[in-house]
Design a protein around this ligand. Structure first.
Ligand code: SAH
Ligand code: AVI
Length: 330
């Protein structure tokens, strides 16, 4: 663990770069050599990819961020008065933009609040922390750089923590990862804590697909950046333009899938991993799933994981916030 601190910011780096690289390398090799090929969405979020995602959130077609921002603007005060948190923890915090509605509501009731952004991208966390301490007097930021599948134990203890997982990122976990994740969150929370999850609901296919295949091509660039990231990180020789962006609705699984589709027969070498990978023309490699929920589905999954639902709020065209607390021990 590496820790650095200034007056109001500490950063706990749980993912040492070398350890992370080794694990990702193993996962990358098995994904590229699998049939069908698959890449982890974690490859999207290097510094360039995080910037592209930030731009996606402002696209006319990408409604989830706007809908969630409207919900937080309208209900942050209710959320804070129902849960009375002293610490706000945010998993997959990114730029921490929408978080400000919650911080504003907390700051209105207390002059000593703490924010724990938790993200895999160290630069993104550091940039967000620097902006927040400039804007919120007396804010203590204790950031964690880690993988929310493995490092939730790094979240500092506290007696009234509101743990947020916003943006619909819960949809990027497959069903088994999701159920393990909810149980992990339950295991690190106790009486006085609460969780707030943003999730995208099932809606008409056109609206869904356009959100992941926008007219300006930004989501396509975000998707292809995963290949540029592999080039930078592992000396691969992907030509991102030799792959087409594809977003489709999988009605059986109730999720959007993003793929990169090889435009030709081609062979890619990933130098640092010692592999060469053959792609056939039109061969697809899945890079992301983004699950969409039926009303009540996530509430039921939260109950199974040991939470009681406190409240839900929904915004057009179908995005929901669920607030829950750990169920009393049975
Ligand atoms: N919550 C923000 C950002 C969503 S983008 C919003 O609503 O706008 C998803 C974020 O999750 C990115 O910042 C990415 O770096 C982070 N992330 C993705 N996989 C992660 C993982 N396994 N562990 C921790 N953070 C992760
Ligand atoms: C971060 N996550 C919730 C986004 C989503 O909508 O699944 C990632 C994304 N992929 C393409 N566009 C946005």
């Amino acid at each position: 663990m590496t820790s650095t601190s200034s007056s109001a910011v500490t950063v706990d780096v749980r993912l040492r770069a070398e350890e992370w690289e080794t694990e990702l390398a193993t996962e990358c090799v098995s994904g590229l050599l699998a049939t069908p090929k698959v890449l982890s969405p974690v490859w999207f979020y290097d510094t360039e990819g995080s910037q592209l995602f930030d731009e996606i959130t402002r696209l006319p077609e990408y409604y989830p961020t706007r809908a969630e921002r409207d919900l937080l603007e309208a209900h942050a005060v209710d959320i804070v008065s129902l849960t009375r948190p002293t610490t706000l923890v945010e998993l997959g915090s990114g730029t921490s933009d929408k978080t400000r509605w919650l911080l504003d509501a907390m700051a209105a009731t207390s002059d000593r609040i703490r924010y724990v952004p938790f993200d895999v991208s160290e630069q993104t966390v550091r940039d967000a922390a620097a902006e927040l301490i400039r804007d919120y007097e007396g804010l203590q930021v204790d950031a964690v750089v880690g993988d929310f599948h493995r490092h939730l134990g790094a979240i500092p203890p506290g007696d009234r923590r509101l743990v947020c997982f916003l943006g619909g990122t819960i949809g990027n976990l497959d069903p088994s990862q999701r159920s393990a994740f909810l149980r992990d969150v339950r295991s690190i929370t106790g009486p006085g804590d609460a969780v707030l999850i943003g999730l995208d609901l099932v809606k008409d296919v056109d609206t869904l697909v356009r959100a992941y295949d926008d007219a300006s091509g930004l989501t396509a660039a975000f998707n292809r950046n995963a290949l540029s990231n592999l080039n930078r990180r592992f000396g691969a020789d992907f030509d991102p333009d030799a792959f087409e962006h594809l977003a489709l609705w999988n009605s059986e699984e109730q999720w959007i899938e993003m793929h990169l589709v090889s435009r030709t027969d081609q062979t890619v070498t990933v130098d640092a991993l010692g592999i060469t990978v053959d792609f056939r023309s039109y061969e697809r490699m899945r890079t992301e799933i983004s699950a969409k929920f039926s009303p009540g589905q996530l509430s039921a999954e939260l109950s199974d994981a040991g939470f009681d639902i406190l409240e839900t709020w929904t915004q057009e065209p179908g995005f929901r916030l669920v607030l829950a607390e750990p169920a009393a021990a049975r």
